[in-house]
Design a protein. Structure first.
Length: 295
């Protein structure tokens, strides 16, 4: 990693630190991750996603046009925190950071449900990861910490107050909601060991039909997330969230007119054309996954 990229990464981590640290000392209004409460915690499930961006209005225009998402301000003004809704159901948020654009900091943060945030923070430190924000009580939401895992991928370690949302129910009933999260790493073995310890996963190699080894993070018979070794140059370790869509090709056609960029178009040689990767106008990346998987 060259010095310029390293400086940008450190500056972005500072932005995360500033926002979440502010939450520990001031009243930042955020919604719970599930309403009404389920009072059920599902270790290993990704339960919420926040977009860090310097352009809230642009994000609304792009994602609203792409998915029909609705937006609701929370806090003193629209830039403090914005709730993302799909058909009226809160599914994520937008965090405003005016410096994000200057340091290529726009990206999605994934919230991982863990049984003990403080224990997961300790494991992160011992495993060579970095703790950007120590564990704290995020009002109305839950106990929260922000870390870079031992390979550098950012993740929010989280245990909600009211339980985790019924993701499978959302997947079945709603379109354009989160359906999967995938870890891009430089060291699959080390990443497996880390996430198995903090989230009680087991790791299973999966035949994805491509040359890059692919793994599933599982608990019992259920898969909760995927993992693969980064196949491209100049891509840093990261968690990539997936959005459920009926027709990825139709969605991809909207990306450029809305100011975004198509990183990976649907192709028969990759998951039979069911997946695409796109970036919003500021560079934040998401994947699109066809669902149901078969017509």
């Amino acid at each position: 990693m060259n010095m310029k990229v390293m400086q940008k990464n450190l500056l972005f981590m500072l932005l995360i630190l500033v926002f979440f640290s502010a939450c520990t000392t001031t009243r930042v209004i955020v919604p719970p991750v599930t309403a009404p409460p389920t009072n059920t915690h599902i270790t290993g499930q990704f339960v919420w996603y926040d977009l860090i961006t310097s352009d809230v209005a642009g994000a609304k225009k792009f994602y609203g046009g792409l998915f029909g998402w609705e937006f609701e301000g929370a806090g003193k003004d629209d830039t403090a925190y914005t709730i993302i809704k799909a058909d009226g159901t809160p599914i994520g948020g937008i965090i405003y950071s005016k410096k994000a654009k200057e340091i290529d900091g726009e990206q999605w943060l994934s919230y991982l449900s863990v049984p003990d945030v403080d224990r997961a923070v300790d494991i992160t430190k011992k495993s060579g990861g970095r703790v950007l924000v120590e564990a704290f009580e995020f009002e109305a939401r839950g106990r929260t910490a922000v870390v870079a895992d031992p390979q550098g991928a950012l993740v929010v370690l989280f245990k909600s107050y009211g339980g985790d949302p019924p993701i499978e129910t959302l997947e079945e009933k709603l379109n354009h909601v989160w359906i999967w999260t995938e870890l891009f790493t430089n060291d699959a073995e080390a990443s497996s060991a880390y996430y198995e310890e903090i989230a009680d996963y087991s790791t299973e190699k999966y035949d994805s039909g491509v040359n890059v080894p692919y793994y599933i993070f599982r608990k019992a018979e259920k898969g909760y997330a995927g993992m693969l070794t980064i196949p491209w140059k100049n891509v840093k370790p990261n968690w990539l969230p997936y959005i459920k869509v009926k027709d990825p090709e139709a969605i991809v056609k909207k990306v450029k007119p809305l100011g975004g960029m198509v990183i990976l178009a649907p192709g028969k040689d990759i998951r039979n054309g069911s997946v695409a990767i796109v970036a919003d106008p500021t560079g934040a990346v998401i994947a699109l996954q066809k669902y149901p998987f078969k017509d």
